[in-house]
Ligand binder design. Structure first.
Ligand SMILES: Cc1ncc(COP(=O)(O)O)c(C=O)c1O
Length: 392
C-alpha cells in the first residue's frame, strides 16, 4: 500500500459537520460519529498539492473551467466507467443536491409528481417538497437478504400519479445496491414509455465492490441518454464535499440549456476555483489512490461482516455491493424505532443515521459510515457489541 488509510487524523475543531456539531443537532457530544457521508481520510496527495499551489498563488478571483478541466472529466469517465462523453455536455453546479433542486424546478411545475425509491437519501424527498412538488414513492422490496425493485408498482405509480420526473439513486444510498444493467434497462424503458425524465444521481459511482458493475444510466442507449441528466461529482470519491463542485451531464441540448437558464435564475454563475482545481487533479491523477481506498474499504466491510456474524448474530449486514455506507438490519433485536435509537445513542455511544430518515421502510435499520481508519471502526463495533449484549 502506498497510501496510509490507517492514519487517524483528528477532525475535532475543524468545522467538521460530522465531529463538531453534535449539540446543535440534538446529540450528546460524547458519541463516536459514523453518520454523514464524508470520509475520515485525507484527499489524494495530488489533489492536496494542486490546492496548495493555488493557495500559494493567492489570487482567488472569478474563475471558469478551462479545456484541461473538461479533458480530465472525459478521461475519468472513459477509463473508470467506459463512458465516452463529450465533456462539454457537462454543466457545473455547486453540488448534486443543488442540481437536483434546479432540475426539479426547470423540468416540472408546482404540484407535479416526482418519483423516488425509498429507502433513499433523504435529501431527495426534501428537494421535492421544498420545491412544492408531490412526492411519489416506489418502495424497494427487501427479501430478508437484499433489495430489489418492484417494477409493477413503479409503473403503476407513474401512471396513477402522472409522474413527470424520476430521481434514480445509482448506486443506491443507503441500501448499497449497484443496479444491474438489466434493472436499469427496465426502469429506462418504463420511463421512456410514459414520458418520465430521469435524474440519475450517480455520486457513489466510484464505490463498487468486486463482482458488481456500475452502469452509467446514459450509456444504455442514445434514446435513454436523451431522456436523462447524470449527476456526478468528485466529492464522495475523493472526500471533497466542502469544495462544492459537481458535473451534471445532460446530452439533450434543449434540456441542458433549460438547466443552465435555471441556474442563472438562481444567481449561480462561476464555480469555486478550489473545487475546479481539486476536481481536475483528482480525475487526472487519483485512480491509483482510489484503487487502494477501495481495497481498504473492502477490508473494513469484511471486519464488520465478521464481527456481526460472530459476535452479534441478531444484527445483520445487508451485503453492500457499493458505497461506503453499509445498511444494517437490527430488526432481529425486536426493538421499536425509539428503542433502537436509544440503544445506539445511549448505550453504544454511536452517532449513526437512523433508518427511518430514509423512509418508513427504514424502520429497524441503521446506516453506518465505514470510511474511517480501521481502528475507529473496530472501536465502534466494540461499543456496539457491548450495547447489544446488554439487552440480548
Ligand atoms: C445519493 C447522494 N446524492 C447527493 C449527495 C450530496 O451531494 P452534494 O454534497 O454534492 O449536494 C449525497 C451525500 O451523501 C448522496 O448520498
Amino acid at each position: 500500500m502506498t497510501y496510509d488509510f490507517d492514519q487517524i487524523i483528528p477532525r475535532k475543531h475543524t468545522n467538521s459537520l460530522k465531529y463538531d456539531f453534535a449539540k446543535e443537532r440534538g446529540k450528546p457530544d460524547d458519541l463516536l460519529p459514523m453518520w454523514v457521508a464524508d470520509m475520515d481520510f485525507q484527499a489524494p496527495p495530488a489533489v492536496r498539492e494542486a490546492l496548495a499551489e493555488k493557495a500559494a498563488h493567492g489570487i482567488f478571483g472569478y474563475s471558469d473551467p478551462d479545456e484541461a478541466y473538461f479533458e480530465a472529466l472525459a478521461h475519468w469517465f472513459g477509463i473508470r466507467h467506459n463512458w465516452i462523453i463529450d465533456p462539454h455536455t457537462a454543466v457545473l453546479a455547486p453540488g448534486v443536491v443543488f442540481a437536483i433542486c434546479t432540475l426539479i424546478r426547470c423540468l416540472t411545475r408546482q404540484g407535479d409528481a416526482v418519483l423516488i425509491q425509498e429507502p433513499v437519501y433523504y435529501c431527495f424527498k426534501a428537494a421535492i417538497r421544498d420545491n412544492e412538488r408531490k412526492v411519489v414513492i416506489n418502495e424497494l422490496l427487501f427479501d430478508g437478504r437484499q433489495y430489489r425493485i418492484d417494477f409493477e408498482d413503479f409503473e403503476r405509480k407513474i401512471i396513477g400519479n402522472k409522474v413527470k420526473l424520476f430521481i434514480l439513486c445509482s448506486p443506491h444510498n443507503p441500501v448499497g445496491r449497484v443496479w444491474t444493467r438489466d434493472e436499469l434497462e427496465r426502469l429506462a424503458e418504463i420511463c421512456l414509455r410514459h414520458g418520465v425524465f430521469v435524474v440519475a444521481d450517480e455520486i457513489h459511482e466510484d464505490f463498487v465492490y468486486p463482482g458488481n458493475h456500475h452502469t452509467v444510466f446514459a450509456t444504455l442507449s442514445d434514446e435513454v441518454a436523451d431522456n436523462c441528466a447524470v449527476c456526478t461529482a468528485p466529492s464522495k470519491t475523493f472526500n471533497l464535499a466542502a469544495l462544492h463542485n459537481a458535473n451534471i451531464f445532460i446530452a439533450n441540448a434543449q434540456t441542458r440549456h433549460a438547466f443552465q437558464r435555471e441556474l442563472e435564475a438562481e444567481g449561480f454563475s462561476q464555480s469555486n476555483i478550489m473545487g475546479l482545481v481539486a476536481c481536475q487533479a483528482a480525475y487526472q491523477y487519483g485512480a491509483e489512490w482510489l484503487d487502494e481506498l477501495l481495497d481498504y474499504l473492502e477490508g473494513n466491510i469484511a471486519l464488520m461482516r465478521e464481527t456481526l456474524r460472530t459476535r452479534m448474530p441478531k444484527v445483520q449486514l445487508v451485503e453492500p455491493e457499493g458505497t461506503y455506507l453499509p445498511w444494517v438490519n437490527f430488526s432481529g433485536l425486536g426493538l421499536s424505532v425509539p428503542e433502537l435509537d436509544c440503544l445506539i445513542v445511549e448505550r453504544a455511544k454511536l452517532w449513526l443515521d437512523g433508518g427511518t430518515i430514509f423512509g418508513a421502510g427504514g424502520a429497524g435499520f441503521q446506516r453506518f459510515n465505514i470510511a474511517t481508519p480501521r481502528a475507529i471502526l473496530r472501536q465502534a463495533l466494540s461499543q456496539l457489541e457491548s450495547a447489544v449484549n446488554q439487552i440480548s
